[in-house]
Design a protein around this ligand. Structure first.
Ligand SMILES: Nc1ncnc2c1ncn2[C@@H]1O[C@H](COP(=O)(O)OP(=O)(O)OC[C@H]2O[C@@H]([n+]3cccc(C(=O)O)c3)[C@H](O)[C@@H]2O)[C@@H](O)[C@H]1O
Ligand SMILES: Nc1ncnc2c1ncn2[C@@H]1O[C@H](COP(=O)(O)OP(=O)(O)OP(=O)(O)O)[C@@H](O)[C@H]1O
Ligand SMILES: [Mg+2]
Length: 275
């Protein structure tokens, strides 16, 4: 294994193979134990219709039921957070049918995104670029989830996992802003494997990942933007050989996105001086 690969695999905690039942129960227990320690009354999570939030939503609902069995008056608040009309709304509904959350709310972020864009225009002239408006969408989804979490004394669940963390493929303080990450240490194929094992529909577990943040390119596939496949990322995280070009690209992304995997830099930090 490449030297940096070894360090990254250790940081992401991905195992070469998993037992789906064990992974589900330790993640549910983690959510339960943490909520109890935090004195929280449940969880909030955006359900997009993608693979990651389907698993995190399932785990959150199971953990909430367990909390109730243990006497905590907990609820899981699943949030639909479309921007206008979501082109794959049906997938989000399929995911919700699988998860069976206690509560489902729809909070359409379009007006809030437009509000930011208009204020930007008034201040600077010219609209926000589609790419930057995309990050505004992710941050407003985070804002909406924290609004509910505050009201309901709940924790915001994030969906970050090894195959996204390694590339920094999330919006800083957007979908990257959360309280607890039950999918962490899994890669993308393991998330699919668990969902398949749990009986989710094939349409959901085999769905191609999309951040779906662009007005001008709805449903753009992550792999197209990244220029690297999840199979290559997953192989790398399982400690397998991947071709040199892909490994180098992955490592370059890992190094250039370290600021996203840490709290804001202060005078006491020196990790960023190391290249
Ligand atoms: N070295 C550094 N040290 C400290 N801070 C640094 C920095 N370099 C940039 N920054 C800051 O970080 C900002 C850039 O980071 P950020 O705002 O995240 O923006 P950025 O990384 O450019 O964009 C987010 C990426 O994640 C993808 N994404 C987002 C959301 C969800 C998903 C998904 O898969 O669902 C994927 C999205 O498609 C895009 O490729 C800069 O504007 C600057 O403020
Ligand atoms: N339209 C949406 N409605 C609700 N939540 C959303 C929406 N878009 C994104 N999110 C939230 O942002 C998170 C990050 O998006 P991301 O695309 O990485 O995950 P996903 O859509 O669940 O899975 P996949 O990576 O397979 O597309 C989602 O898991 C979800 O919690
Ligand atoms: Mg998605």
């Amino acid at each position: 294994m490449r030297e940096l690969q070894k360090a990254i695999v250790e940081e992401m905690g991905v195992k070469p193979q998993i037992n789906p039942d064990e992974e589900v129960s330790r993640r549910v227990d983690f959510l339960v134990d943490y909520a109890k320690a935090a004195g929280a009354k449940g969880f909030v999570l955006g359900i997009s219709g993608g693979v990651d939030s389907t698993l995190a939503g399932y785990l959150s609902q199971k953990a909430t039921e367990k909390l109730r069995e243990e006497g905590v008056d907990a609820r899981f608040y699943a949030m639909r957070l479309p921007h206008g009309i979501q082109h794959d709304e049906d997938d989000a509904q399929t995911a919700l049918t699988f998860i069976e959350p206690d509560h489902t709310f729809t909070f359409n972020i379009e007006k809030a995104v437009t509000g930011v864009d208009v204020a930007y225009q008034e201040g600077f002239g010219g609209r926000l670029a589609d790419y930057h408006r995309g990050n505004v969408k992710a941050r407003l989804r985070m804002t909406a989830q924290y609004a509910v979490a505050g009201e309901k004394n709940a924790l915001v669940v994030g969906t970050d996992h090894g195959a996204e963390s390694i590339t920094g493929f999330f919006t800083k303080y957007g979908d990257g802003g959360a309280d607890i990450l039950p999918n962490f240490t899994l890669n993308k194929r393991q998330i699919r494997q668990i969902l398949k094992h749990l009986g989710a529909s094939e349409h959901i577990w085999s769905k191609a990942p999309t951040a779906d943040l662009l007005d001008e390119n709805p449903g753009q596939l992550d792999e197209v933007e990244l220029g690297i496949t999840y199979d290559q990322i997953d192989d790398y995280l399982e400690g397998r050989e991947v071709d040199d070009d892909a490994a180098a690209q992955l490592e370059q992304r890992y190094l250039s996105t370290r600021h996203k995997r840490t709290i804001p830099v202060t005078l006491l930090d020196d990790w960023w001086r190391q290249g």
